[in-house]
Design a protein around this ligand. Structure first.
Ligand code: COA
Ligand code: AMP
Length: 636
């Protein structure tokens, strides 16, 4: 099929690759710079060059101050809609600026200055957004840790980022339970050899915690005192190439990778994306239903919409059960959102509860124009259901924590291209996406291979890993010279559409959350009774994938396997966190291996998923696969 369309996409994308500097210099006009770039792209800097070298800017200024000065002071910037606490609160751009200036002054009083790290371990509350922007305002580097991670994960991040200050809260709220943050925070600080100078704790009325004397400070009291004293921190000029934040993401080991985001490239890319990709105009209401602990939340709950001058909805709730499968439609109609960005898993959950879309028809969705999906492959049945029910375009788009914004999508603002269900459509400007074989040679259309991005990547993508330049090169730039390795496999079709079919490493996607099975195996292996283990992602109707652990017990262990399996499930929850959704541990006599000792994870996965499989030629003992099949019976 030859795609014929009236979209400006082809011209825009071709221009971005033919003359990237002219393209991004043009896009950069949408940003208020303190000093312009000396070089739009400097190939001599960093691992593959840096964007907007020498430019001076402030991200918070671009997200708040300039809108207040430019006529949006009274426009709502942030709507916090929380069915979990039964509250809705709204903040105008002027009110947000006041909060952020005040909090930034509080931070400065703690001695936090440009270049210092600050960790946020926070639920989805407006104060978390204020804290991110306050960091940006004074040039501090924030690192948000998702609230569903356990103390040990937080400890690893504290150890690596070495924060001067930690922002946290007394609790998060999940359906039917209060998640107490303070014990997790205390344990994490205890486990880490690095200690923050201070913690600022937001007391939520749903649960008050005790503050640790000498270390913890009450957020509200600090805010009140700073307001009474008329304190307000100005914006600190930073280089476009200075870090704005670190976001840790799963690597192939238990040690997460600290993805670095800079200020200048991030501003330019996100601003470009808000209209050209998402079709949203300044002043419109936009909703990204993610968590600030993930990259999607960083880019599209906080920075993208605010830099653009839109109104952003922050939703503390679930797609179902808070209170029902109509929750998303209630939010869209109540706040007149023009677009929603969420993960396919949320739609699978809604579809299961409300297959005929009865809830959808209860609400006025007349303002709603587009649904965007990302975080995992958007399976065609879910997309087709969403299209049929909502009667708006449903757009799958593909990106990673590392890139910070979309690699391949369907640009609504430039004019949509025809949709092919199962494909996130085409590369965005600045991205030359190729599919290559092991020798880095491009493969023919329709042929599966490794998906890579030709260097340099566009503005907004990671320049390096936090204080690990070498690990960055080895993990991303070495295997395919001249390219960034996405670790996703797939193909391009004859129309240039990208098809992303799965990871080439041990990363799995559980309800849109990125997790490392290698990291989970490290936890399983730490159990005293476990001799060997393998964790793999198996199909799940709602979450896409869930982890499943196979255990071989040490010789001489006489305890009941069921008891050990229960301990293992609890151990993963304790060490990694509930978000891993690790509920299935299965004891087996042996693990299937090749003659060279490699565990045949792919074959086990096929058996567990009920797919057809062939006996691997290199298998050491074919009988082990029958044993795996037997062990799985009645467990899935
Ligand atoms: N703090 C503490 N615990 C958390 C948490 C947080 N911020 N977020 C999730 N959890 C817990 C949940 O309570 C759940 O615990 P449980 O095992 O006691 O039930 C566990 O982690 C798994 O959470 P989740 O994967 O969210 O599953 P769920 O059953 O609660 O909800 C969905 C399923 C589909 C509704 C949910 O996964 C969802 O909304 N996903 C959207 C995906 C998303 O936002 N992705 C981000 C990238 S776009
Ligand atoms: P994260 O870094 O958490 O955003 O996860 C990135 C990974 O999620 C990618 O490398 C893909 O494996 C997967 N992913 C994200 N979006 C999509 C998509 N639209 N289609 C297929 N896979 C996706």
């Amino acid at each position: 099929m030859n795609i014929q369309d009236n979209s400006r996409y082809h011209e825009v994308h071709a221009r971005s690759l033919a003359d990237p500097e002219a393209f991004w210099a043009d896009a950069a006009r949408e940003i208020d710079w303190i000093e312009p770039a000396k070089k739009i792209f400097d190939p001599s800097m960093g691992a593959y060059g840096r964007w907007f070298a020498g430019a001076v800017v402030n991200t918070c200024y671009n997200a708040l101050d300039r809108h207040v000065a430019g006529g949006r002071a009274d426009q709502v910037a942030l709507i916090h809609d929380s069915p979990l606490t039964n509250t809705i609160s709204k903040f105008t751009y002027a009110e947000m600026l006041k909060e952020v200036q005040t909090l930034a002054a509080v931070m400065a009083d703690f001695g936090v200055a440009k270049g210092d790290c600050v960790i946020l371990y926070m639920p989805l509350v407006p104060e978390a957004v204020f804290a991110m922007l306050a960091c940006a305002r004074i040039g501090a580097v924030h690192s948000v840790v998702f609230g569903g991670f356990a103390a040990k994960e937080l400890a690893t991040r504290i150890e690596d980022a070495k924060p001067k200050l930690i922002f946290s809260a007394s609790c998060g709220i999940e359906p039917g339970r209060i998640v107490q943050y303070k014990p997790l925070l205390d344990e994490a600080i205890n486990l880490s050899s690095v200690k923050p100078q201070a913690c600022v704790i937001l007391q939520r009325p749903q649960h008050l915690c005790e503050l640790t004397a000498g270390r913890d400070h009450d957020w509200a009291a600090l805010r009140r005192a700073a307001l009474d004293a008329g304190k307000a921190a100005p914006c600190t000029p930073v280089l476009a190439t200075d870090p704005l934040y670190i976001l840790y993401t799963s690597g192939t080991t238990g040690i997460p990778k600290g993805v670095v985001r800079d200020n200048g490239g991030h501003l330019v890319a996100l601003k470009w994306s808000m209209f050209n990709l998402y079709g949203v105009k300044p002043g419109e209401v936009w909703w990204c239903g993610s968590d600030i602990g993930w990259v999607v939340g960083h880019s599209y709950i906080v920075y993208g919409p605010l830099i653009h001058g839109a109104t952003s909805i922050m939703y503390e709730g679930k797609p179902i059960g808070t209170p029902d499968a109509g929750a998303f439609w209630r939010v869209i109609s109540e706040h007149k959102a023009v677009a929603l960005f969420t993960a396919p898993t949320a739609f699978r959950a809604i579809r299961k509860e409300d297959p005929d879309g009865a809830f959808i028809r209860k609400y006025d969705l007349s303002k709603f124009r587009t649904l965007f999906l990302a975080g995992e492959r958007a399976d065609p049945p879910t997309v087709e259901w969403a299209v049929a029910q909502l009667k708006v375009p449903v757009i799958d788009h593909w990106w990673q924590t590392e890139t910070g914004w979309c690699i391949a999508g369907n640009p609504v603002g430039l004019g949509m291209l025809p949709v092919k269900h199962g494909s996130p459509t085409v590369p965005m400007p600045g991205y030359q996406v190729d599919v290559v074989d092991e020798a880095s040679k491009q493969v023919a259309p329709g042929t599966m291979g490794s998906i890579v991005i030709k260097l340099p990547m566009p503005p907004g993508c990671l320049p390096t890993l936090w204080q690990q330049d070498q690990r960055f090169r080895e993990a991303y730039l070495t295997e395919f010279p001249g390219y960034y390795k996405t670790s996703d496999a797939g193909y391009k079709d004859e129309d240039g559409y990208v098809w992303v079919m799965g990871r080439t490493d041990d990363i799995i996607n559980v309800a849109g959350h990125r997790l490392s099975t290698g990291g989970m195996e490290e936890i399983l292996a730490s159990h005293a009774d476990v001799a060997e283990c393998a964790v793999l992602g198996i199909k799940d109707a709602i979450k896409g994938e869930v982890p499943c652990g196979f255990l071989v017990l040490k010789a001489g262990v006489t305890r009941a396997p069921a008891e050990i399996e229960k301990e293992i499930v609890a151990l993963v929850r304790e060490k990694l966190g509930p978000v891993a959704a690790f509920k299935l541990a299965i004891t087996v006599g042996r693990l299937p291996k090749t003659r060279s000792g490699k565990i045949l994870r792919g074959t086990i996965k096929k058996i567990a998923d009920g797919e057809s499989w062939t006996m691997p030629a290199t298998i050491e003992d074919p009988k082990v696969l029958d044993e795996i099949g037997d062990a799985l019976k009645g467990r899935l």
